[in-house]
Design a protein around this ligand. Structure first.
Ligand SMILES: Cc1cc2nc3c(=O)[nH]c(=O)nc-3n(C[C@H](O)[C@H](O)[C@H](O)COP(=O)(O)OP(=O)(O)OC[C@H]3O[C@@H](n4cnc5c(N)ncnc54)[C@H](O)[C@@H]3O)c2cc1C
Length: 478
């Protein structure tokens, strides 16, 4: 089991630095460019039918932009909802909306913020104290004494290595054990990646860029408001969204595409924008192109696709604020934000600064993949979560369990329409993301977080940016 102490989480400054009780972030104050946040593609052949496969952030934004410029778009989606890896659960199991997929806006991200502004959806700044449960420390356990050497070795690295290999080569000794555990925990926790495949050079960029990464937010009422709003715009502009249509095969020739769905559904168009998660496109998958796209397959094999299980547990009240609990566990009395442990579900966070009795657990990387492969069911995952929380709070699983109001394990690895979490760079990735974004014969186009190589890879921002870029590519080929 990974140590799971992912550390130096960007943007989650301790309360003492942020000022507790900071006012919620207001939409009027969203920094960055106001207005539409993209340039609409030129209007060339609006009579052509554009098919868009996938109603996640990338597909919806591409469809909205194209529809706004007068193109006839049909979005085809397997699930009975829009949003993809953005999925805000409405109140039901829990007392309010809860994010089962994407949750944070990781910084002042230009397109995400511009769209939220346009949709008039406010953000709330996050924060809270860190807590390392094993040591009681209010800093994640990182082996901090080794950081100068870590940064030196990272900066001088010339030839990329998988993270595990890099650690073994330069930090193999017993004195670096905490650092090794922290780095592996970060790569598998934050990036949901396999340290045996993940690129050290990519980690370096992420790592060294962190200090400037600024604020972190949640979307008020849930990220799903953004994708619902985009879907509403598409419909208002005359576009269609066909839900509940899983596609198995794409038959294509230049300027002619047919999507073959399960149960015999078919859709035809002159162009197709594919926005499916990389994990669902990788062979041997259920999805295929005819004729096949070897270049796409080669690029996909070079990009890593991570694993994650998200655990959502709501309690009768925020017990971690009761003196008997925080004193016993030696956790911060107030303002608990994110906490780390060596338990099977290692990382947890509260909804701070919102008053909420929800705790969210996060298990990423090989440990998550292994549980999913074994077919660990939702009930067992919830049990594992409560056991982890029992140990973290120095009580028993039963004591924690007696306070549970509702719980859910969301295993994205076993979800057939995501097959994992999000992409990461391996030592082979090189030009692969760029190659994934290249149109084929002016007929097939690609978007989705894995096709975006700019900053903020693998995030909602990456998905939106890729959708915006793809809309321009489609229009340019008109
Ligand atoms: C648990 C979790 C937490 C995350 N947390 C964050 C976060 O805090 N902040 C952040 O910025 N990012 C986060 N991410 C990443 C972020 O959610 C994604 O990068 C982004 O939502 C991807 O959008 P997309 O359009 O590329 O893909 P998707 O949202 O996956 O959209 C693709 C669509 O294609 C559909 N589809 C798949 N197969 C088929 C088929 N055969 N036929 C028809 N349709 C199909 C899917 O159902 C889906 O709707 C998180 C991801 C996960 C899984």
């Amino acid at each position: 089991m990974e140590g799971g102490n992912y550390f130096r989480i960007p943007n989650l400054a301790p309360v003492s630095q942020q000022g507790a009780g900071r006012r919620p972030f207001q939409v009027e104050k969203i920094p960055g460019r106001s207005g539409r946040g993209f340039e609409p593609p030129p209007l060339n052949h609006p009579e052509m039918d554009i098919l868009i496969l996938g109603a996640g952030a990338s597909g919806l934004l591409a469809a909205r932009n194209l529809a706004r410029s007068g193109w006839k778009v049909t979005v085809v989606e397997a699930r009975d909802r829009v949003g993809g890896r953005i999925h805000t659960l409405p109140a039901g199991i829990f007392s309010g909306p809860v994010e089962s997929g994407a949750e944070f806006v990781h910084g002042d991200l230009p397109l995400t913020l511009a769209l939220l502004r346009e949709a008039r959806i406010p953000l709330r700044e996050t924060g809270g104290r860190f807590w390392q449960s094993s040591s009681g420390s209010q800093e994640p356990e990182t082996g901090a004494g080794a950081w100068p050497e870590w940064e030196r070795q990272l900066k001088s690295l010339e030839r990329d290595l998988p993270v595990s290999q890099f650690l073994k080569t330069h930090f193999g000794g017993p004195s670096y054990e905490t650092l090794r555990r922290s780095v592996r925990g970060f790569v598998s926790g934050y990036d949901t990646a396999d340290p045996d495949r993940a690129s050290t050079i990519s980690l370096r960029q992420e790592w060294l860029g962190m200090e400037e990464s600024g604020h972190q937010y949640r979307v008020a009422g849930g990220y799903g408001r953004l994708t619902d709003w985009l879907a509403g715009q598409i419909r208002e502009l005359g576009g269609e969204i066909r839900l509940g249509c899983p596609i198995r095969e794409v038959l294509w020739e230049p300027e002619k595409v047919t999507l073959m769905g399960e149960g015999g559904t078919q859709f035809s168009g002159s162009r197709l924008l594919v926005t499916l998660p990389a994990g669902t496109l990788l062979p041997p998958g259920k999805f295929q192109f005819r004729p096949g796209l070897e270049k796409l397959e080669r690029a996909l094999e070079k990009i890593g696709f991570g694993s994650v299980i998200k655990l959502l547990v709501e309690f009768t009240h925020p017990f971690w604020q009761d003196p008997v609990w925080y004193q016993r566990a030696n956790c911060p009395e107030t303002g608990l934000g994110m906490f780390f442990s060596g338990e099977p579900v290692p990382t947890w966070w509260t909804q701070y600064p919102a008053a909420s009795s929800l705790l969210t657990g996060w298990l990423g990387g090989p440990a998550a993949a292994s549980l999913s492969r074994k077919g660990t069911g939702s009930e067992e995952l919830v049990r594992l979560s409560l056991k982890s929380l029992g140990s973290i709070f120095r009580s028993g699983e039963k004591e924690v369990q007696s306070l549970v109001r509702g719980a859910l394990a969301v295993d994205w690895n076993r979800d057939p329409y995501s097959n994992g979490s999000y992409s990461y760079d391996t030592t082979d990735s090189g030009e692969a993301r760029r190659s994934l974004a290249e149109p084929v014969a002016g007929t097939l186009f690609f978007a989705g977080e894995a096709t975006w190589e700019g900053p903020s890879i693998a995030t909602v921002e990456a998905a939106l940016q890729s959708g915006s870029r793809a809309a321009v590519q489609v229009a340019a080929c008109g």
